[in-house]
Design a protein around this ligand. Sequence first.
Ligand code: SF4
Length: 348
Amino acid sequence: MIHLSTIPVEDKTAKAPSWKELLSQSRLSTQALLQEVGLENHPLASNSAESLFELRAPKPYIEKIEYGNPNDPLLLQVLPQQAEHNKVEGFSSDPLDEADYSPIKGLIHKYKNRVLLIASSTCVINCRYCFRRSFPYSEHRQSKSDWQEALNYIRKNQQVSEVILSGGDPLIHNNDYLFWLLKEIDQISHVTRIRIHSRLIVSLPQRIDAGFLQSLDQLNKAIIIVMHSNHANELGDELAAATQHLNEKNVTLLNQSVLLRSVNDKAETLAQLSEALFDIGVLPYYLFILDRIAGAAHFEVPIPEAKAIHKELQASLPGYLVPKLAIEIPGQKSKTSISHHIDEAIFP
Ligand code: SF4
């Protein structure tokens, strides 16, 4: 058990790089990544796949990759691979038809009482399976004045009770910009909750700095952070410190994962993640079936196998630590939960 109170949220020494420096160094080549993790080459790697989706991974994330292990589950999530060039039927550049649900630049209104803001166009880590890897971010890039149209849309739509900041990663912005936007949303009376989706908090937990924590005090709405971790090896002392401070600020912390071939496709691996999340004050929320984005077919775990893994997971954990197995189906008004049928042998 980590004694959280002993861990400061800010850099331990004056020389430690700031999160902004780490962010600025997160772009690297496939060869540089392999060198960092002690591999001369990798049987699955492809330099040319960088042109499909650039390689980004911050140093704190790379340091969690096991040195010299080509099968490391963190490495496989960020390594550009030859398989990304494969054209596979059923996999497309916009698997969720998001373009159909964007009435205003930077805003997606798919579900009745929730809107999603594309609050940034980049991430500190580029996950090779990302369903927005081909998203036309440049069409949704927003200055403060550009946001007025989206904010007016929320102001006019009284049924919107929750605003979700997604991206890219919203936490990539500095505190001034991020909290300007959050405060604008916070002032809309019919909005009761603000949710931030972030993988940056996992890959670069140093981002939760003193300025971020102090700025949270200026918000009145309930704040939820849904972080995105797929494997227990991604967690660590810095994240534990960050989540402790966020819990002290009454931020609700949830986690969502994507079920990924060769990364977390074992019930035991997922159970370790749920246990490790609970230890740092985060509850498992969703376990998603991969969205069928072009270039990511090699990560897919078919639904029957996913159900079997999830059933085994249920048997090994208390219910509150079992994430909901779900899939996003274009056109549906909510995520679709994948349930298990009652065993007819028990209830004939
Ligand atoms: S951090 Fe999220 S949005 Fe960014 S590449 Fe990874 S999965 Fe996609």
